[in-house]
Design a protein. Structure first.
Length: 107
């Protein structure tokens, strides 16, 4: 919901999903899909900025939550133990690996 002020200084919240058009004549007129019209004090640019902020807030809340830190710790420690002990897993493969990068080798 976005916050708007009518011409008589009455405050209201409006669902931006119901807005069909926003017209800025000397006064700002909001037309809803059911045919109602509201004349408000805010300019069209302010209303559009509030609608964009409202939709961004909804998308941000609906996004994938960040993983819990306590769940990622065992994975990091498992990965680091595999990297540090890679020679223990395949000792015969360790001697076959070239010492220089592939692009530096002569073919």
């Amino acid at each position: 919901m976005i916050f708007l002020t009518r011409m008589d200084k009455q405050q209201m919240y409006l669902n931006p999903d119901h807005i069909v058009s926003v017209e800025e004549t000397p006064d700002t007129v909001i037309t809803l899909f059911n045919g109602y019209h509201f004349i408000v004090r805010e300019r069209a640019e302010v209303i559009i900025a509030r609608i964009v902020a409202y939709r961004a807030r909804i998308i941000r809340r609906a996004g994938v939550p960040l993983p819990k830190k306590y769940l990622s710790r065992p994975k990091r420690s498992l990965f680091s133990s595999v990297v540090h002990n890679s020679g223990d897993i395949c000792p015969h493969e360790r001697d076959k690996q070239p010492l220089s990068p592939f692009h530096g080798q002569d073919l």
